[in-house]
Design a protein around this ligand. Structure first.
Ligand code: ZN
Ligand code: ZN
Length: 336
């Protein structure tokens, strides 16, 4: 050894709290369309706390703690999350499902996911697109996946799934007790990203029309008779199982088969004696011609408005078209 000894300088670090303030060590930004519970699970994982214990740390002690916060986020917890993550309160609140204009069509919280596989018709409150999860840089669950009227990913055209493809248990990232990302099953550890089959075109037609109608509802339109569109859709019962069930009480697979059979003309699945059933019947019958109608409607507005041609990939939303028409009408009146 040489006589020269290396000197290592030891400098006392600043206390962590002085450097980071009240913020948790790792900041996790919400993704577009992300569900609050998904962001909470990612925040927990990023900061080295399994989601199951993160709920207890926040004082949310219910078994399905994060899904409950999706539906009811107390002000004091909103303040805590904003203080510790640096994400603005209004941005956090926008991840939750409240206020919820689609509340009647949300998949209900019960029954709780357990370590037992779900029965084929048994619903789960959380669905997902396996391809979206596999393509995400930071896999996350979307708010739109909690709607019972959705059985297809509009981006990939594939079917949504509401259980683990390996063990058949419900999706329960809130009860993960190990440091494992939420795209892995909390019960068996298998990846949830196994691809699903594509949705039939007729099923997507019904879903697209319903999606447009729900956009109309969210922008303030009401159905004939003053009832809300989600209420009309959710109140009807279907004979797809032994007992007639509302659409929110069916599994993703049962709802997919229901849409497929309705599109094939099996309207006997509907109880035909109610206003809600008549509404469903009209939707099924109008679904095939809906998208061409919206396209021609959009084309007409473009001609009136002398807009530059839009990309063929852009899908017109019916509610946007109504909004554009209202603006044109207001403009014409103002010009007189
Ligand atoms: Zn997808
Ligand atoms: Zn599993």
């Amino acid at each position: 050894m040489t006589a020269a000894k290396q000197r290592i300088a030891v400098i006392p670090a600043s206390p962590y709290a002085l450097v980071a303030g009240r913020h948790w060590p790792v900041a996790v930004s919400p993704e577009p369309g992300e569900l609050l519970s998904s962001w909470l699970h990612r925040t927990a994982h990023g900061n080295g706390v399994p989601p199951r214990y993160f709920g207890a740390f926040l004082g949310a002690t219910a078994e399905n703690w994060s899904a409950r916060l999706d539906r009811d986020l107390p002000d004091h917890l909103l303040q805590v999350l904003a203080d510790h993550t640096g994400v603005a309160q209004d941005e956090i609140a926008a991840l939750s499902l409240v206020p919820d204009p689609m509340v009647q069509l949300r998949l209900p919280l019960s029954p709780l996911p357990s370590a037992a596989p779900l029965a084929a018709f048994q619903p789960s409150w959380l669905q997902y697109c396996a391809t979206c999860l596999s393509e995400d840089k930071n896999p996350f669950f979307r708010r739109a996946w909690t709607l019972a009227a959705r059985v297809t990913c509009f981006k990939h055209g594939c079917r949504l799934r509401d259980r683990c493809p390996s063990c058949g248990c419900g999706v329960a990232p809130h009860r993960q007790d190990r440091l494992v990302p939420q795209q892995f099953c909390a019960f068996c550890g298998a990846s949830l990203c196994k691809a699903t089959r594509g949705s039939a075109r007729t099923v997507r037609q019904i879903e697209t029309l319903i999606d447009d109608l729900l956009h109309l509802h969210a922008s303030g339109h009401r159905a004939v008779g003053g009832r809300s569109i989600p209420d009309l859709l959710a109140a009807s019962c279907f004979h797809s199982n032994a007992n007639p069930s509302a659409i929110t009480r069916l599994s993703a697979k049962s709802r997919y088969h229901l849409f497929r059979d309705l599109a094939a003309g099996e309207l006997s699945l509907l109880k035909q004696d109610s206003q809600c059933a008549r509404y469903w019947t009209q939707i099924v019958q109008a679904a095939r011609s809906h998208r061409p109608l919206v396209r021609s409607f959009a084309g007409s507005i473009d001609i009136w408005h002398e807009k530059r041609p839009q990309s063929q990939n852009v899908q017109a939303e019916l509610s946007d078209l109504f909004h554009a028409l209202a603006q044109l009408d207001a403009g014409r009146k103002a010009a007189k």
